[in-house]
Design a protein around this ligand. Structure first.
Ligand SMILES: Cc1cc2nc3c(=O)[nH]c(=O)nc-3n(C[C@H](O)[C@H](O)[C@H](O)COP(=O)(O)OP(=O)(O)OC[C@H]3O[C@@H](n4cnc5c(N)ncnc54)[C@H](O)[C@@H]3O)c2cc1C
Length: 401
């Protein structure tokens, strides 16, 4: 029998590679597997918030990600109908520009860092089942592309295997605070579109356009609508896509039309918003496997980094002698406490129909420079939603309007 690992990580993207890297950097014996032969693209519009970039910086990986060629973004435009909030947040941990690197550029940097730290990497290898003894997860049953099955054992198995987590399924991890999804998305990439920074623009009739620059001089353009429009939209994606752009952002729509679409449209209906029970005897979940929300607020990848770091710290404590169960419970409690506000805000706003109060707030923030920087700082992770939406703060912003 092979010697047990300290940790086996299933999934090697935004959550899995960092947790493997951070444990391996502490000297732990780590195996990370992914059923995909990475690098490979995945469905994501890949905008990284300042607080996510701050994690990359802390890990010494930001320069490598920048070197992939994703252009720095220093201007953000967020609008609801005619209320336009435009500017950029104050620096967060020294981060003065954001990035939206393609996943084919970002994920390999993360995986190489895990490998360089000493983690063993196996790609094209799928988790089939967990080894469970007396109610405790002791390891994994893996299947390689040629069908070969192997067993590996570890002190802890980490599911970083995305929203349809096989680890979560195998341990029967339930969900809580579930909110039904509101929208679907179609997106693609264009060349020849001038770089106008980050745009997240909501128009009337619950429709949204997202647009930002990425690698290879391409611009990601996305259209979001409510799910009831999905059957009608997909009957003629190209026509409907451009029609929404023209209605929501006529100026940008013209630039997109003048450019060249260089990739096919990707479209999906969003899965549920949820938290999942994310720790138990011998196992933990991180990233989308344990906590998933509408991409509206662009936090999935940055949260995956943040929670990978938190989980690695708690597992390291468990491996050093603290009862692992206590350490993992603290991980899930901290994650939930720190994300509640953002989760509530995301699920409240993601049907693209703002309440009259939020509409009024958008109007009050637009054109108010300090309030704009504060709002964008909340978006970028510099201040919490609780602080921004505190009655005294909202009162000050509304009084100045
Ligand atoms: C349309 C869309 C747009 C988005 N836009 C943004 C955005 O702009 N900004 C942002 O921050 N977030 C965005 N997100 C969310 C973001 O993509 C996710 O939060 C992020 O990818 C989660 O990372 P992860 O590592 O947890 O999971 P994933 O990226 O899903 O990776 C999971 C990995 O696990 C592997 N895996 C799964 N099952 C197994 C198995 N049985 N055995 C072995 N390996 C397995 C998969 O192959 C995969 O590589 C978007 C999501 C969607 C759907």
């Amino acid at each position: 029998m092979n010697e047990p690992y300290d940790a086996i990580v299933v999934g090697a993207r935004c959550a899995g590679s960092p947790v493997a890297m951070l444990l391996a950097r502490r000297g732990h014996r780590v195996l990370v597997v992914d059923r995909t032969a990475l690098p490979a693209d995945t469905v994501s519009t890949h905008y990284l918030q300042q607080y996510g970039l701050a994690r990359l910086q802390a890990w010494g990986l930001l320069d490598e990600v920048r070197a992939t060629g994703a252009p720095p973004i220093t201007s953000m435009t967020i609008s609801y109908d005619d209320a336009v909030i435009c500017g950029f947040a104050d620096p967060i941990d020294g981060i003065t520009a954001t990035l939206a690197p393609r996943r084919t550029a970002l994920d390999p940097v993360l995986l190489r860092a895990a490998e360089a730290a000493g983690a063993e990497v196996r790609l094209g290898v799928a988790l089939r089942d967990l080894i469970v003894e007396d109610g405790v997860v002791r390891g994994v049953r893996l299947q390689s592309a040629d069908g070969e099955l192997v067993e590996e054992r570890a002190r802890v198995v980490i599911g970083a295997d995305g929203a349809r987590s096989r680890v979560a399924e195998a341990v029967g991890a339930g969900t809580y605070d579930v909110v039904e999804p509101s929208c679907f998305i179609y997106y693609s990439y264009w060349t020849g579109v001038p770089d106008t920074g980050f745009h997240s623009r909501i128009g009337l009739n619950q429709q949204q356009v997202g647009l930002w620059p990425t690698n290879d001089d391409r611009t990601m353009v996305a259209v979001m609508r409510t799910r009831d429009r999905y059957p009608e939209f997909r009957r003629d994606v190209e026509r409907n896509f451009h029609e929404v752009c023209e209605q929501v952002v006529p100026d940008l729509a013209e630039q997109v039309r003048a450019g060249e679409q260089v990739e096919r449209f990707i479209g999906i209906r969003y899965p549920d918003n949820y938290y999942r029970v994310s720790a138990g005897p011998g196992w933990a979940l991180v990233g989308d496997a344990g906590y998933h929300k509408d991409p509206f607020t662009g936090k999935g990848m940055s949260d995956a980094f943040t929670h990978a770091e938190l989980l690695a710290e708690k597992i390291a404590q468990g491996l050093a002698g603290r009862p692992m169960g206590d350490a993992l419970t603290e991980y899930t409690m901290t994650r939930d406490a720190e994300t509640q506000g953002a989760y509530r805000f995301t699920t409240m706003i993601s049907d693209l129909a703002l309440t009259p109060e939020l509409q009024g707030l958008f109007r009050a923030v637009s054109g108010n420079d300090p309030a704009t920087r504060q709002f964008l700082s909340m978006v970028g992770g510099g201040i919490s939603g609780e602080d921004f939406f505190a009655p005294a703060n909202i009162g000050t912003i509304m009084a100045a309007a």
